[in-house]
Write a protein that binds this ligand. Structure first.
Ligand SMILES: [Zn+2]
Length: 518
């Protein structure tokens, strides 16, 4: 059974996680890297799997932790925003027009990517929840249970005991506006006392102000592990997975789950940890600006392919995607096409599900289609005179259907992006310029015979046959022939299918070969 179906079945069978409320969250501290999409997509797939087996209402929310303090900035904004280190992300001005804050800018960026990948979540701002007073209850519970929270931290993670009088809360300093620098040291049931510490954290400097303020209504927030569990209770979350970096034994997820039991008295959500998403074998970091951004992924792949990158892999396995200068993108298309075919044939349920759950719009009908292979599209569009539609219709042996033409058009669009930005050098070739000199490896006779073959062939297939026959008779190796002809035609020792390349550029090829035969 497909992994998400198994999880959905387990959730329903347990009867412990009703109403079904799927949730995920992220701190918008940088332009999200592509790995950040794995969480929302795993939850989206589980949401759909649940929908498939129950008629009960299912809600899916995605929380932006935009009340968190800015402890790092995206590299491009670092200089501009350095005065705002330690401010809540919602209070850092937006370095780009059209947004009220840095938090909004970064949340919106990720939201757009998620939506174009078909993530169904309702988006929630944590800042808003606090401002609306929805956290007031859990804030009181947490402040009243400070010792117990310390005990849970210690028990679950093995961390050493925090200092006497520690309280699980941070206030926005009324003097300087920073959140990340304040230490709360007193709680009288109505107000908290705090100090804005100059040297508590390395990434921001507090102003030294001391004050007393009510902790309710958005004046401050819970520290994040407590905040995580508190969100579940405030929202009513019953299902939430977490990435491996948080979900290791004794990690923040464990702490949050234990806080549910021991402090908030709220049932633990259905939980599990999922594996990393790696780029070229490396884990990415959004704040360090490494790797591929979520908003890049939706530009380089059709949305279904973007989703497929995640649906095809079990949550327990790493995803390793490395599109830079590699064939990873054409390979992904090939795999997608294979799954599509499997879905049409109905020959493997799990593979069919990976395809179905990758769809953004309606699931296609189970009709056989001529899928224009991505890597071939990328070759054909580089041939100067080729018309991709004619090329593939010749290949198919009949006209492309409306749907097939749409698929081709879409692939042309993404093949252009791939060739421009990601394709390895060896698959890019220029227009047949004829500037490259032949190395004189082939005889004049060979060129004469080849020219005749081109002029008499009635299809590229026939030309291909003739070419192989010619090679056989000539005594040259096919390596010699291909190397020489590619060099002559496109200036590189390799290229797309030779007979087709010649066919699509017939006049030019004949002219070049005639010259070479002299
Ligand atoms: Zn301050």
């Amino acid at each position: 059974m497909y992994w998400a179906d198994k999880i959905a079945k387990e959730i329903v069978a347990s009867k412990k996680h009703k109403p079904y409320w799927v949730d995920d969250m992220k701190t918008p501290s940088g332009f999200a890297h592509v790995g950040s999409i794995r969480g929302p997509l795993i939850h989206s797939v589980i949401y759909r799997a649940l929908k498939g087996i129950t008629k009960d209402k299912i809600v899916y929310t995605f929380v932006f932790n935009d009340f968190d303090p800015a402890d790092e900035f995206p590299p491009e904004f670092k200089e501009k925003l350095s005065d705002y280190a330690g401010f809540p992300l919602k209070k850092v001005p937006s370095p780009q027009k059209g947004f009220k804050s840095l938090g909004d800018l970064l949340s919106d960026d990720l939201k757009d990517s998620m939506q174009s990948l078909g993530v169904e979540a309702e988006f929630v701002s944590s800042w808003d929840l606090y401002q609306e007073g929805k956290f007031d209850g859990v804030i009181r519970e947490a402040l009243d249970s400070a010792d117990k929270i310390q005990y849970v931290y210690q028990k679950v993670s093995g961390s050493r005991k925090k200092e006497q009088g520690w309280l699980p809360f941070q206030v926005i300093c009324e003097n300087c506006g920073k959140l990340g620098t304040t230490r709360v040291f007193g709680w009288d049931g109505k107000e908290v006392s705090y100090k804005c510490e100059p040297n508590m954290v390395s990434w921001a400097k507090g102003c030294g102000h001391e004050g007393k303020i009510s902790p309710f209504g958005g004046t401050g927030k819970l520290p994040w592990k407590v905040d995580w569990a508190a969100h579940w209770k405030v929202i009513g979350v019953t299902i939430e997975a977490a990435g491996k970096d948080h979900a290791s034994a004794g990690g923040s997820y464990d702490i949050a789950l234990t806080l549910c039991d021991e402090v908030f008295k709220f049932p633990r959500p259905f939980n599990f940890g999922y594996e990393f998403f790696l780029i070229g074998g490396k884990k990415m970091s959004s704040s360090k600006g490494l790797g591929l951004k979520a908003h890049d992924l939706v530009k380089i792949l059709p949305p279904e392919l973007g989703r497929f990158l995640f649906t095809r892999t079990d949550y327990k396995q790493q995803i390793n995607f490395d599109p830079m200068g590699t064939m990873a993108i054409p390979d992904l298309f090939d795999e997608y096409d294979k799954c599509w075919q499997t879905f049409v044939e109905g020959s493997d349920e799990d593979i069919g599900r990976a395809f179905v759950l990758a769809q953004i719009k309606a699931v296609p009908e189970k009709t056989k289609l001529f899928l224009t292979r991505f890597r071939e599209v990328a070759q054909v569009i580089q041939m100067p005179n080729a018309d991709p539609k004619t090329y593939f219709e010749e290949k198919k042996g009949s006209k492309l259907s409306v749907r097939e033409k749409e698929i081709l058009e879409e692939r042309i669009k993404y093949a252009k992006v791939w060739l421009e930005q990601y394709a390895p050098e060896e698959v890019k070739f220029g227009v047949a310029t004829g500037v490259a000199k032949t190395q004189g490896k082939l005889s004049s006779e060979f060129y004469r015979k080849l020219t005749k073959e081109i002029e008499s062939a009635s299809s590229p297939e026939e030309l291909e046959k003739g070419l192989y026959q010619l090679i056989k008779e000539s005594g040259f190796t096919s390596k010699e022939v291909f190397g020489e002809l590619y060099l002559l035609l496109i200036g590189k020792p390799f290229g797309p299918k030779l007979a087709w390349l010649i066919w699509e550029n017939k006049d030019k090829a004949v002219k070049l070969f005639k010259e070479a035969s002299k």
